[in-house]
Design a protein around this ligand. Sequence first.
Ligand code: SF4
Length: 227
Amino acid sequence: MAEESLKEFPEIDVIVRGEGEETLVELVKNAKRPSAFPRVRGISFRYKGKIFHNASRTLIDNLEDLPYPGYHLVKDLTQKYHFAAMAGRKAPYALIEGSRGCSHSCSFCTQWKHWQGTWRTKSPACIAEEMTFCYNNHGSRFIWLTDDNLGSGNRIGEIANEILKRNVKELMWFVQARCDDIVRNESFLPKLRQSGLRWVLLGVENSDQAILNEYGKKITLEDAKKL
Ligand code: SF4
């Protein structure tokens, strides 16, 4: 895609490929010195009429090393969008990332491929702390935990515990999860509800077990029906 885009659109000088945070910082530091571009991992760029693709950058080890996104920079913009059906038209909201990637590899899904088959997670405490930060500093009352897959086991219960430890009583949140994970971790549901979880988007994907198997989805129709 980088090659095609640079060829087709002469207006584009540089493309950051893959995970962008570290690459973009390095690129901006060198923005006025295109001669330094060959040393910036993770970019494709045009120089003196030719297109170059540098080696890819390795994924960030620990997502918790990243600073919070500049929520203050989008404060006015978020009002143009809303989660009316979920939270009400006027509820201030924020999108928070608790993980990247997925531990599964469904054949139709781009996410696990994009993140090179890895699933990197922030700790439950870190997620709850960021929710609290948005709640206290930006008035966020609705949080979309943007993870493609919430995960399973103690992690789910711990996220709820960590939110409940904090003083965020009006908080509502929403997440995407797998049917089998929710069915297997049913015991955590009351606590999740108590922590403000109001919506869970579940990937049933298909009503034919043979197709689900072909997708490598590894859930059963029974899991979906139980929900
Ligand atoms: S479980 Fe969901 S996020 Fe993970 S690979 Fe399958 S569809 Fe993608």
